[in-house]
Design a protein around this ligand. Structure first.
Ligand SMILES: [Cu+2]
Length: 639
């Protein structure tokens, strides 16, 4: 599933890697004259390093013309390539296997890195160097382990010094799909890590080849294939040093390796101080590569905790940022979307109850949906009954109601009935008055309405995230005895919300670094896709403002003259307490009922007075955006 722009690169890389490795395997086994261990080394390296592996193969190892391998691979830089390929192929195989297993097992990142180092080193030493190279090297398996230990240690230190920071920075950065082996991104990040490890390990490998401590590229031919003046090279240095010895070794190879015990024994030309200095330096490189990233990332986290999460750009994440803090702000996973709605769908539809034994029963189901807010903008929302805002529950003072809440979100939830007087166990705060409603579970809220006015309901579990993603709806309770002076010719309820959408992913908007919103909706729509209220000059409009937003205050303003505030937070104001104003600050949780008279014909705006909140991703269309809608008043302009 392509859910981020980088995914195009990810899939392209993986395809190129597989095709390149296929080509290298075909070409190697079709007849590149070298030992099987090198053939496999190049195939693995090309699988791990993709196009870079292919480049190394064709530039340094692939015989340009039949019979030219010996000459072609002579330069030290190519010998160094061969030595590094061979080393990295072994180490990386161990590292990749360890990384996949530790991620699945839920190891924290620091333990992951240590396990990868140990596994890579042992795999490289015990299998690739000592076992696969034994035919080249001669001697017993244990002799080979002893002989290979230091070169392998030096090389592995460099490998991990390059690979660890790349893995940590890319895996634990914004897109933590990279921590999960089930995600293609994981494999590309491993590839890039191996490339970095290769680059860091190359110079020391070339040096070790030049000093006769390691093998570089070698040529092996069947006797019938011998080119006239062929030299069998495993290292330029050794070749120069002792042609007699080399010929003897080559003889071993010419016999198909059967006399290999006489074969590629090397006489290192390296001094002890050189070895000690190089070894110490690579140990320091390893320590830097594995510990410096811990200053930036919380290496106590595991793939099981945060793997798969994608964080908003700009979120501040430090070594102390916990898994819970990350999951709170992570993008809604598009894989969780169970239904998609276009502008044809509407939020806040009045939900008709069914009556059971005199009780008005409502059913609310929470799930993840894709919801259109503009012709060119969708959000991934948490929604009740597939609507943003959730259905409007309208009943009468004195009604006994039951609301069955079923949870199909990826996390637990509860519902709180904001402002209502009800039994404590029906109030909704998770862990305080009830256990959270887990995924697939349900909970029945039941109470008698003893108040009337404008209220709302919203999630009260992971509120920071869930309400900001759309889990709220209006609760309109009509008074037992209607009061005429609070009536108007038209009525409209406004529920406010902020959204954060980047690269097609939706993050819960919150007043925090990285959480600032870029889209704003009235009843699930941004202007110019918001409703238009049609009325006549002389008529009145009652607007119920609901601060259903969970983190931002909106100074809501109506053009065309003042309105009268007749109720606040569900409480009707006494006539003497009602007041005229043209802007009300609608804070989270607050409600204002206002009555606005249509004095003049024309198009009058209702909008938030924070200008950024009347833009769609910082742009205006048709005169605004976001928290804006039109009251279209018909009538004679002369009035
Ligand atoms: Cu606003």
């Amino acid at each position: 599933m392509l859910i981020q722009p980088i995914d195009v690169f990810v899939y392209a890389w993986l395809v190129v890697a597989v095709l390149s490795a296929g080509y290298v395997a075909w070409d190697q086994f079709r007849g590149n004259p070298e030992p099987a261990v090198m053939k496999w080394g190049f195939v693995l390296i090309t699988l791990y390093m993709g196009p870079i592996g292919l480049l190394l193969y064709v530039m340094a190892d692939k015989e340009p013309k039949p019979g030219t391998h010996e000459e072609f691979v002579k330069p030290l830089w190519k010998q160094g390539v061969g030595s590094t390929v061979h080393c990295v192929a072994g180490d990386a195989t161990g590292i990749v296997a360890a990384a996949a297993i530790t991620a699945l097992a839920g190891f924290p990142m620091w333990a992951d890195v240590i396990t990868e180092y140990v596994t890579g080193f042992l795999f490289g030493l015990l299998i690739f160097q000592s076992l696969f190279m034994r035919k080249m090297m001669g001697g017993s398996y244990l002799q080979n382990v002893r002989r290979s230990f230091l070169p392998e240690f030096i090389s592995m230190n460099c490998m991990m010094a390059g690979m660890a920071p790349v893995m940590i920075f890319l895996m634990m950065g914004r897109d933590m799909r990279a921590m999960q082996p089930s995600e293609p991104l994981f494999w590309v990040v491993m590839s890039l890590g191996i490339v970095a490890g290769y680059v860091v390990a190359y110079p020391v490998n070339a040096w070790m080849v030049s000093k006769g401590m390691k093998h570089g590229l070698m040529t092996v031919r069947a006797p019938s294939e011998q080119p006239p003046a062929a030299h069998h090279t495993h290292s330029q240095r050794t070749l120069k040093k002792s042609s007699a010895k080399t010929r003897a070794k080559n003889a071993g190879h010419e016999m198909g390796g059967s006399q290999a015990s006489a074969g590629h024994t090397m006489s290192p030309e390296v001094t002890h101080p050189q070895l000690v200095a190089v070894t110490l330096f690579t140990i320091l490189m390893l320590l830097a590569g594995t510990t410096v990233p811990s200053a930036f990332f919380n290496l106590r986290l595991s793939a099981r905790q945060v793997g798969g999460a994608i964080m908003p750009p700009g979120m501040i994440m430090t070594q102390e940022t916990t898994a819970a803090a990350m999951l709170d702000m992570a993008a809604v996973d598009p894989h969780e979307v169970s239904a998609s709605y276009t502008l044809a769908a509407r939020g806040a539809q009045v939900l008709e109850p069914r009556v059971e034994d005199g009780i008005k029963v409502f059913d609310l189901t929470a799930s993840v949906i894709r919801w259109q807010i503009l012709p060119d903008a969708f959000v991934d929302a948490y929604a009740f009954n597939g609507q943003v805002p959730g259905p409007t529950l309208r009943f009468r003072e004195g009604d006994h109601v039951r609301i069955n809440v079923t949870n199909y979100l990826p996390e637990s939830t509860t519902v709180h009935w904001h402002g209502l007087i009800l039994p404590n166990v029906m109030d909704g705060p998770a862990h305080v008055t009830q256990a959270p409603i887990e995924k697939g579970q349900h909970y029945a809220y039941e109470f008698t309405a003893v108040q009337s006015g404008t209220y709302f309901y919203h999630s009260h579990d992971h509120v920071d995230r869930e309400q900001a993603l759309g889990l709220y709806g209006a609760l309109l309770i009509d008074p037992a005895a209607a009061t005429a002076d609070l009536k108007a010719d038209h009525e409209y309820t406004i529920q406010l919300q902020e959204w954060l959408v980047r690269d097609g992913l939706t993050y819960p908007a919150m007043p925090m670094e990285g959480g600032m919103p870029n889209f704003f909706t009235i009843n699930g729509r941004a202007y110019p896709s918001t409703d238009t209220i049609k009325m006549q000059v002389g008529e009145t409009l009652k607007v119920r403002f609901i601060g259903s937003s969970s983190g931002f205050i909106h100074p809501m303003h109506i053009h065309g003259g003042p309105f009268t505030v007749v109720a606040r937070d569900g409480e009707t104001l006494a006539p003497a307490a009602r007041y005229q104003t043209d802007t009300v600050n609608v804070g989270p949780g607050q409600r204002y009922d206002v009555i606005w008279p249509a004095r003049k014909p024309g198009k009058w705006l209702i909008h938030c007075h924070i200008s950024h909140h009347t833009a769609n991703n910082n742009t205006e269309s048709q005169g605004g955006g976001g928290l804006m809608m039109i009251i279209d008043v018909a009538g004679n302009a002369a009035t």
